[in-house]
Design a protein around this ligand. Structure first.
Ligand SMILES: Cc1cc2nc3c(=O)[nH]c(=O)nc-3n(C[C@H](O)[C@H](O)[C@H](O)COP(=O)(O)O)c2cc1C
Length: 254
């Protein structure tokens, strides 16, 4: 039985993002799978990492975020909500993230979830990252909406290349060892359409929900984002001249 963790970062339960996340749940259940939820707003997840989340004797003096996360992980004394999130990440066979693009990035609550849950010492350390990440091989899929149109989110679009906007989030998961699938993106999602444009959007969104089961059914064969292997870098962390470049974030030319 496949266990799927759905991470939803949207405050409105009437939103398309929420409907899409529920379509993921329905598709997984219809396959006989188990579904775990991290509905971050419903959880009241506090995205701001700070010393007050930890027992006083765990917090390093002076307060150092990485050292405190490491000490809490070692002592088995992480904040309860962080511990629960880590347990779900470990239990799940695959993770599906649902979120809108807000200011050219995932919403702050999801960024904060990464900062607090993907703990130093617990889920990564210098021996367990990238190729040797704890979650190596575990697939993660981003289901994303943008307000901008597909043309505006393309490589030459005015809103910037959506694949690049999502790359830091994808690389965060890659750091942990996850296999990150090519994101599924629905563009032009907002409540300001009128008349035919509104009808067209409603049809497109319903179509996406109706066909989402097929996407989940093909999960194992969905394309993955290519990342450099550890062996593509020298001891200084510089890309070898003959290694491939998969992204403008890591490239050969200055
Ligand atoms: C704070 C905020 C910032 C936004 N920034 C962007 C953006 O940078 N690019 C974009 O295409 N859409 C942006 N949008 C539009 C959202 O992506 C859009 O409202 C969302 O994808 C619609 O999905 P929903 O109906 O599930 O909320 C922004 C919306 C909000 C509320």
């Amino acid at each position: 039985m496949t266990t799927t963790l759905i991470v939803l970062a949207h405050p409105a339960h009437t939103s398309f993002n929420a409907a899409w996340a529920h379509a993921t749940e329905a598709a997984c259940l219809s396959e006989g799978g188990e579904v775990l939820w991290s509905d971050l707003y419903q959880l009241g997840f506090d995205p701001a990492e700070r010393a007050e989340h930890y027992a006083a004797d765990i917090v390093s003096d002076p307060y150092d975020v990485l050292k405190t996360q490491e000490a809490a992980s070692t002592a088995g004394n992480l904040p309860a909500i962080v511990g629960h999130e880590i347990e779900k990440l470990r239990r799940a066979d695959r993770i599906v993230f649902h979120f809108p693009v807000w200011w050219f990035a995932p919403p702050a609550i999801l960024k904060g979830w990464c900062e607090r849950v993907l703990t130093n010492g617990g889920l990564h350390d210098t021996s367990n990252r990238f190729d040797t990440g704890h979650f190596r091989g575990k697939p993660a899929l981003f289901c994303v909406t943008t307000g901008s149109r597909a043309s505006e989110s393309a490589h030459n679009g005015k809103e910037g290349d959506i694949q690049m906007l999502l790359w830091p989030m994808a690389y965060t998961l890659r750091y942990l060892g996850f296999s990150v699938l090519v994101p599924r993106i629905v563009h032009g999602v907002h409540g300001y359409h009128k008349g035919a444009a509104k009808e067209d959007l409603e049809t497109r969104l319903q179509n996406e929900l109706d066909h989402h089961r097929d996407t989940i059914a093909r999960f194992e064969t969905l394309p993955k984002i290519a990342f450099n292997a550890d062996s593509d870098f020298d001891r200084d962390g510089t890309l070898h001249p003959d290694a491939p470049s998969y992204t403008p974030f890591i490239r050969h030319e200055p």
